[in-house]
Structure formats: structure tokens, C-alpha cells
Design a protein around this ligand. Sequence first.
Ligand SMILES: C[S@@+](CC[C@H](N)C(=O)[O-])C[C@H]1O[C@@H](n2cnc3c(N)ncnc32)[C@H](O)[C@@H]1O
Length: 331
Amino acid sequence: MPQRASSNSESPKQKKISPRNKTLQLSEAEIAKFRSRIFKSARQWRAKGCPNGTFNGDFLELLPHMPESSVSLLILDPPYNLNKKFKGSKFSKLSENDYEEWLSERLALLKPKLKLNASIYICGDWFSSISIYKAAAKYFKVRNRISWEREKGRGAKANWKNATEDIWFCTMSDNYTFNLDKVKLRRKVIAPYRHTDGKPKDWDDTKSGAFRDTHPSNLWTDISIPFWSMPENTEHPTQKSEKLLARLILASSNEGDLVFDPFLGSGSSSVVAKKLNRNYLGAEIEESYCLLAEKRLELAESEKRIQGLVNGVFFERNTLAEQLAKCKDHD
Ligand SMILES: C[S@@+](CC[C@H](N)C(=O)[O-])C[C@H]1O[C@@H](n2cnc3c(N)ncnc32)[C@H](O)[C@@H]1O
């Protein structure tokens, strides 16, 4: 019977699950299979020739074994500056200065592993963001702050509901990859102006409506947090969506580049890197999340689709993307 992933230290819980709930489950056989795939020792990973994969442990133990200047894209989704439990491990809220210090120490150790033309993305909420900017600016060129709308979350009683998160975009130098044409957003045109000869002005006239491919801004309102009816969903409490990661990976890396995520969680960065033909390496301290990452990586061998990205184009709504994918004229 399928079970939620569990770490060595706890017994698997058996829950009744609705048939429409697509949250990924692990059977006992899968737990054993994926446990044999994850790297428990950084030395062993190095001895095998530094393959794509998942390191189960503190990423600080992996770093000394990673070749210098090997990473093209670093995606950091660290514990936010909140009190938060991730299975057995726990992050306790720090002062702004202490979180800046905590992150700075880690960025200093990560930097030598990055190529001179590498890009770095660092995720946080509004409060962590204050410290992230200060830490990132010590080591990298900070280029932008993306804010994305988070649909989920409880309302506050005496404050504004927190409905955004940030992603800081940084680079090692002025020489960096930015594939603008891979990350344009296809939007419905509200005022479809035409030239005098009747041809559409800078938009496409398709059977399914008027569309324009627009430059992506630093305000993302088309991302949803994975939820139970999405096949990418896991039990990880802070999983990022594949669509969000696809946008980062397509913009800031090329096929064959190495994407490294030291706080891998349920494996979203590695899974999307694999779907987009990049190399990938992730570290995650909790074994049960590593097992989920491995299951997702196995599924990615046959399922390359990413919700909201159709024929290489991002759509402002995932549902619209799916509808339009069915229309032959919308390639
Ligand atoms: C914010 S979550 C990342 C979620 C991930 N982006 C996803 O889509 O599932 C941070 C993760 O970092 C892990 N973690 C915390 N400290 C770590 C460390 N020193 N080394 C490796 N993983 C760590 C936590 O267990 C947690 O799963």
C-alpha cells in the first residue's frame, strides 16, 4: 500500500487519500529503491565522477567535494527566517542581522563553486528579503528582485495578509546568460489594434483569440503553489512549483549546464533541470524529501511536461495553457 515518505526515524503514517488527490506517495518498495539511489556520502558521489543526483545530508558537507567553478545556476530556497519544522529538522527565527550572517557564511562557501558567468537566485519572504539583499550584495551583483503572488495562505487578524514572496536575481559578473525569448509570457490582448491593411499590430490572431508574447517582468502573478490535485505535489510544506523553476532555469542556463540547489526539498529544481536537459545536483538534509525527489526524477524520464509551459511558451494561467494546447493553431 502506498505510504507517505518517512525518514528512518519515524514510522510511515497511513492516511486515507481521496482518489482525486494526486499527491505523490511512496510504496515500501519505492522507499528501498530510491534509498539506494541517493548519495549518503559526498566522497562516494565524487568517486563516482560527480554524477547528476541527490545528496542526503548537510550541503556544507558536500561543498568540499564539489569541483570549483562548476555550477552555472545556483538556486537557493533556504529555510525562510521563520520558525519552521521540516520533518526532523527545525529552523528558528533569527534577528535580521543574524539571518544575514547565517546566509553570508553560506554564500561565501558556495561562491567558489560557481562559474564566472553563473547566475544565482535566492528565495525568501518579505522579512527574510531584508537580510537576503544585504548578504547577496556582499558576494554577487544583485540585478533584480522578483515578487510572485502566492495564492495560498491564511489571512492575518491585525496585519495585511502576506500574499507575495521574493526571489533575488544575482550574477557573478556582467557576463551572464539571459535567454529572454525562452521566458516570454503569452497574454490575451485586451485592445487588439490593427494596421490599416487589417494585419494585427504586434500580436497574433489565432483561432483561440488575440495573444501577444510579452517581456517577463519582475512581478509574477501566474504562479500557483503546488496543491493536492497537481501531479507534481508532495507533502513537502514549502514546495515551489515547476513552472516557477522552469522560468528561472530557462532564463539563466543552457542545455548541459549544471544547476545546483543546496536546499533541494522535494526536488523541484533538479526535476525541472532534468526535464529541460540541464545537469543537476541537489542536497537535502531530510531523507524522506530526498526519496520524493528521486521519485519525481524517475517520473521525469517519461513525463517532460511542466504545467503552465506549453510548446516552450509560458501562459498567464495554467488552465489557459492546457485549453490552448488542445488547439492546433496555437503553437
Ligand atoms: C524551503 S525548503 C526548499 C523547498 C524546495 N524548493 C522544494 O520545491 O521542495 C528548504 C529545505 O532545505 C532543507 N535544509 C535545511 N538546511 C539544510 C542543509 N544545511 N543542507 C541541506 N538541506 C537543508 C530543509 O529540510 C528543507 O527541505
